[in-house]
Design a protein around this ligand. Sequence first.
Ligand code: AHG
Ligand code: MN
Ligand code: MN
Length: 367
Amino acid sequence: MPLIVRNASTLTQFLIEQRRRHPEASGDFNALILDVSRACKAIAKTVAYGALTDMLGKQPAARSAGQVNVQGEVQQQLDVLSNEVFISMNERGGCLAGMASEEMEAPYPIAAPHARGKYLLVFDPLDGSSNIDVNVSVGSIFSVLRAPALVREGATLTEADFLQAGTQQVAAGYALYGPSTMLVLTVGTGVHGFTLDPVMGEFMLTHPAMRVPEDTQEFAINASNARFWEAPVKRYVDECLAGRTGVRGKDFNMRWIASMVAEAHRILMRGGVFMYPRDTKDASKPGRLRLLYEANPVGWIMEQAGGRASTGRENVLQVQPSGLHQRIGLVFGSKNEVERIERYHAEPQRVADSHTPLFAERSLFRD
Ligand code: AHG
Ligand code: MN
Ligand code: MN
């Protein structure tokens, strides 16, 4: 039994309080969020067993699921299991018309004997799954959209039903499986963080009204991709690295966890900017992260917390999706830094850039 358990609202109490703003609400929405939170609790428990589950690792081959997902990435057993947990915890609540996931090529329709509801759930069941084997934080990310009327009434669910801009989300959140398990949620009234009480199995409101500081001295980017970055990103990173004696006039710190959900959480707690920008590494992939179940939910959380999320060229929430698993360049975090990066993208590329010392020979990240 822990020594201190803070007296706080449970997630259920929080949702009931939010519902008072919508007297007409049926309660389905709250039921859906609670089903999602139950999936996250189940995944948290499984992940916490680590190697004891005998489900870690890509090798030996027998211990890996051995499949690649629609992204062409090797699925870990825990990717597949987490996907199954999300489906089984959410298909019987009567709140959903369908689901879509990083781990499934096609949408998953809700079919008899389960009743169809009015929402769509999109998720990345396990984000940062390359970190599982090394016991570093991973998480789940989810987004809730409204289902088109015909689909609610039983019409065939198609990919097109999910192709809604991030501005259409009605809920977005993530669970972080770290030293403590947290659920961070927005339903459009700010961002609220809940910590899982492992004894009671309840998410408790520990971080109400989270805000991202507008300024920061911390950035996160996978620097091994530097040779593929576009000029505005190179410029921004070079200026950060130049530190106190450079144009920014201050030193910056750098972090890279390779688990976006953990980076998003750090940024929510203390500010920062995260970049996985569009680059020239692979012409078929205009970015690494997926729009519908990574960029949009995290983007709305950032915006609701006073931060910003962008492709570098526009607010990511305004992008009209063209595919269920579409990838996109993503920059998010402290507002003033994201806006600066957008300004660099908007400025005409100066030929002179390639002659400035920070940009050419002296850049740490040059070939
Ligand atoms: P996923 O495990 O769902 O495929 O997502 C991993 C993502 C993201 O969480 C992280 O920021 C990024 O991939 C890491 O990419 P690198 O391996 O290039 O660092
Ligand atoms: Mn992911
Ligand atoms: Mn994933």
